[in-house]
Design a protein around this ligand. Structure first.
Ligand code: FE2
Ligand code: FE2
Length: 271
């Protein structure tokens, strides 16, 4: 039993934005980089499904965000495989959960967290909510839902979320060094203990704009780099063009990060 899925994150369709006076997100390149990702999926990888880990847009205003969010999802739908979507913080500054669900084609979902089964595996999508400059939380109701969902899961489980549930060492991260409260989920210990209790095989997130692996109690927590991150210090810029291809079996998880900064992570199940 092997399943192959691809991850893309932090596509940030939107106007040019600078950070600390420098060009850090190559937003102008986002549509072309997304199209290149779609082509690679269709021509070379042919995954069972593709996961969009969120932050499809920069936040400008309701109408602009709705148009850009729609354009990003529309581009990703070019993949000849199912598209699984996760909500990011920039997606929900002006848009409401119902707007995202409409764009996902899932207006019937009660919220932005959900789960599904494919190929003998169980997949959980969490909704991590960021209060700008304050905190990132999932909330008690979602933790209760997660506990019930994992307890009922048939088959090995993989989790997707926008922010991280690992205790990452943030030194050297351009965006979040010294600021764990706006990139790591506040209830991460509670989440990790549920993941451990129910034998979750891997957890994937975006948001931190770097590639990173922590293995905690045998579970890999993988952060995938933003598609449009500028790997150089300033303009004109060199896009990370990052995405990941994941091969998962009940015994093993192999993550291949593609793009300008390649990496390969393999974690075998203990015992
Ligand atoms: Fe982002
Ligand atoms: Fe984010």
């Amino acid at each position: 039993m092997e399943l192959v899925f691809a991850l893309v994150t932090d596509l940030h369709f939107g106007p040019q934005a600078s950070f600390g006076g420098k060009l850090r997100k190559l937003t102008a390149d986002a549509p072309a980089l997304a199209r290149a990702f779609v082509s690679r999926m269709n021509e070379a990888v042919r995954p069972d499904f593709v996961v969009n880990l969120g932050d499809d847009i920069e936040d400008e205003g309701f109408e602009a965000d709705r148009a850009r969010y729609g354009a990003c999802i529309e581009t990703l739908r070019g993949v000849q495989a199912e598209l699984v979507n996760v909500a990011g913080n920039h997606d929900l500054v002006h848009l409401r959960p119902a707007d995202l669900l409409a764009a996902w084609g899932k207006p019937e979902l009660p919220g932005l967290h959900y789960s599904f089964d494919r190929g003998g595996f169980h997949f959980v999508v969490l909704h991590t909510r960021e209060k700008k400059d304050v905190d990132v939380t999932v909330g008690e109701a979602q933790i209760r839902w997660l506990a019930e969902d994992l307890a009922a899961a048939r088959g090995p489980t993989v989790v997707f979320m926008h922010h991280s549930a690992a205790d990452q060492d943030l030194r050297g991260n351009r965006w979040f060094e010294g600021s764990p409260h706006i990139c790591l989920v506040e209830e991460r210990r509670a989440l990790r203990s549920l993941f451990q209790q129910h034998g979750v095989r891997a957890v994937f997130n975006g948001h931190l704009h770097w590639n990173h692996l922590d293995v905690i109690a045998g579970i890999p927590y993988v952060t995938v780099q933003s598609l449009i991150e500028n790997l150089d210090e300033d303009a004109p810029g060199r896009p990370a063009a990052a995405h990941a291809v994941v091969r998962v079996t009940p015994e093993r998880v192999i993550v291949e990060i593609e793009g300008a900064e390649r990496a390969r992570y393999q974690v075998d199940r203990a015992g």
